[in-house]
Design a protein around this ligand. Structure first.
Ligand SMILES: [Zn+2]
Length: 278
């Protein structure tokens, strides 16, 4: 005999779960209030506060479907004073990491302030590009009769860390554009590149990020970014290769489609390397 399937009355209940009846009837009659989802509650909108600001921000970003990978900028979610609070919280977490690594942070004088040093270093230095808004790049018009129409190549020193092991990545980015209707100050190219680099990155992604931000700031459609860098990841651990060099290139517009423009870009890079070898 086949047993008749009876759905669970609670699980299969067809009710609108978005609004629920407030059983206290504060107005003396039935009142329906919007039901908070678990993420709403964790994001703290209902007056509920997480013990850690970091958790509160994490839930907020999850609810908004905001990606917060190591290479993403999350400055929109931070308010004044938040960074100091997050550094305090990260200090506490790094203390626990040191304890778990069995490093005596109470008696070893060199390890006493290490947890806080690490927290500050992450927020203010090696990953500062995640927490700070994009550099302010005032653009100047390039639309006069004798406007500059040539190629511009800027070399920017880069310091980054890999997302996988947080090992240092150091190198240079060559940023080339054919000037469009606006120009930005020369130092801004490097500021943008460093803002993109000061996060946990992959060199391939970093190359794309810099190209996208330069395009945004200058309006140039013809551009190229070439990065060469050495990775602590390959030097200090893993294969321990001391002279490995990684090169990545992103080419857009004429840099990609026109052989002469592409050649001019790489000739310029060679000239730069002859002028200041590294
Ligand atoms: Zn790595």
């Amino acid at each position: 005999m086949t047993k008749e399937f009876k759905p669970d009355p609670v699980l299969s209940e067809q009710i609108d779960r978005t609004f629920v009846k407030d059983e206290y009837e504060p107005l003396g009659k039935p009142v329906y209030v919007k039901k908070e989802t678990a993420l709403d509650a964790m994001a703290g909108d209902g007056g509920y506060q997480e013990a850690y600001l970091g958790d509160h921000l994490r839930f907020k970003m999850k609810r908004d479907n905001k990606r917060f990978w190591a290479g993403d900028n999350i400055s929109d979610y931070l308010h004044e004073g938040d960074k100091e609070k997050l550094i305090d919280e990260a200090t506490e977490a790094f203390e626990l990491v040191l304890d778990r690594l069995l490093i005596d942070r109470e008696n070893d004088p060199n390890s006493q302030g290490t947890a806080r040093r690490l927290a500050k270093m992450y927020f203010n230095e090696i990953m500062s590009g995640r927490y700070e808004p994009s550099p302010d790049c005032t653009a100047f018009p390039n639309d006069s009769q004798d406007r500059y129409e040539g190629m511009l190549v800027v070399r920017s020193e880069l310091r980054s860390v890999c997302s996988h092991h947080h090992q240092p990545v150091s190198g240079v980015a060559y940023i080339g554009i054919i000037a469009a209707e606006k120009l930005i100050g020369l130092s801004k190219y490097t500021r943008i590149a460093q803002w993109c680099a000061r996060r946990g990155t992959l060199q391939e992604e970093l190359c794309n990020d810099i190209a996208r931000e330069i395009e945004k700031a200058t309006g140039a459609k013809d551009l190229g970014v070439y990065i060469q860098a050495v990775h602590g990841c390959c030097e200090n651990r893993g294969i321990m290769a001391h002279s490995s060099l990684t090169q990545t290139t992103v080419l857009k517009g004429a840099f990609k489609d026109d052989g002469n423009t592409k050649k001019e870009f790489f000739d310029n890079i060679k000239l730069q390397q002859e002028f200041a070898p590294r």
